[in-house]
Design a protein around this ligand. Sequence first.
Ligand code: OXD
Ligand code: MN
Length: 606
Amino acid sequence: MTKDVTESTSDEYINAKNRVFPVAILTNFALEKFVEDVAKITRPDRIVWCDGSDDEYKALKDKMLKDGTLIEINQAKYPNCYLHRSDPNDVARTEHLTFICSKKQDDAGPTNNWAPPEEMKTKLNALYNGSMKGRTMYVIPYLMGPEGSPYSQVGIEITDSPYVVANMRIMTKMGKKALDQLGESSNFVKGIHSIGDLSPDRRYICQFPEEHLIMSVGSGYGGNALLSKKCHSLRIASVMARDEGWMAEHQLILGLESPDRELTYISGAFPSASGKTNLAMLKPPETQKGWKAWTLGDDIAWFHIGQDGRFWAINPESGLFGVAPGTNMKTNPNAIETLKRNSIFTNVALTSEGTPWWEGMTDNPPENLIDWQGRPWNPGKTKAAHPNSRFTTPINQIPSISPKFNDPQGVPISAMMFGGRRAQLTPLVYESFNWVHGVFVGATMGAETTAAAVGKVGVVRRDPMAMRPFCGYHIADYFRHWIEMGSKVTNPPKIFHVNWFRTDSKGRFLWPGFSENIRVLKWIVDRINGRGEAVKTPIGYVPTPDSLDLEGLDISSDALEEMLRVDTDAWLSELEELKEFFISLGDKLPRELRRELDNLESRLKG
Ligand code: OXD
Ligand code: MN
């Protein structure tokens, strides 16, 4: 229950400073001190410990409905669903304001912004100074991963945003479960968040990897403010993973079950807003009788080495923070089903019936829409929903949720995919020659930028393993870690590259994508099991046209040829960019990857 500092029950105690704390932390001095220290700077009117209960949520939701933070939408059609409209200046991740504050600049590397930790803390503390006056400070204990799993982690996020609390309740296991797992331990990730005045001029998202500390100010947007997600589970966790011999990755996890019950777990790294959620929730089309796809995660995977010499993966999250535009009954019927209850919509449009709407939800927009900023929508001029509008929804509501989702050990991974939006160049699918070559394929991944981050959309940039914005340390050391992880296992996953986004000369997509991607996954499963024909090309093994199941699809042989074509000239010019990219990484670049680049060059020229 949400409690005011003036009331207290037998489940609570009052400390020397007259603050109400849950009895559960009576012996957790590190936690109490953390909360006290933050309160001393931010000076909130009251402190609330979040327990994750339904009563607590109801009280919070009523408060937000009253002050306009949440807007009630059609409860008959969308029970327990609400809309939030962000400040228009605060609708996406802000990579230019995101910093890795490691002690040494060289540890942050060339793909991260860096600032000296103490200097940055001074700047941030000035912004936190009194920032919670007149506000409530919420303390959110949260658990990432299955209860009781040796791989799960506890974090404590302190925030002055009730919208953040409501989202964290969906995205994590919040409250008592986390405190129970933590016990007396001081081993938790510390997160401090204040929305400040929401000005981009006073906005920073900072990670202090050596201290497992996150400090974020000036933004209420998901990736900047739900600190469990990118900040903890990727930036901080990637550093822990390097130090402890595991991997924290920006990957989906799914299980594919064949009609004869062969179950294969596959993970996939795709940049933000490039279809991870759709693929993770794939519903096999009618033509694929007997096939089932099971969802485990749509954004983050933590991989540990199992005793059987394989990688085992858990999804640390409990919810989806999915991109709304483009989600519809064809592209992702499971998502449409899932988000109909207990969901928070952010920056979507509203129909006259009070239901959410976004571009691509229906073929034609309904009349009289209210746009994401609450104004009558003017068709043709602007988008009704923001391109990065989102739904936050509980993962256990997904019809295809895997029975293994809460398994403390996770699931064994047989294949990893890399892929980004590339209108040209990369074929529909290809398989790497071996682990190190696969690491090279991931490390050199190029992808067009999307609306998930502030900046120009559609520009090709290097986004290694889809981790460019999320790797908490030097990206070349990260490549070294990947190479080493492969050498520690007897049975590393096979690595594939996929591209659903290749277009013809008129800019039309060549591949139908979405649920039809199962046909590519089936080829991947075949390859894992020593089946599935392929031709050896300079970039890897590409399917023979006959080896893909295309039955029932209207694809011409020319289109198929184009989708599978390896254009040597285009690859030679890509190679020049890869060389520059590698040079920009300095002398930490693993020799093995430089060798892979040379080998690619000789194969292309040979
Ligand atoms: C996300 C992102 O929200 O990658 O998952 O930006
Ligand atoms: Mn993501």
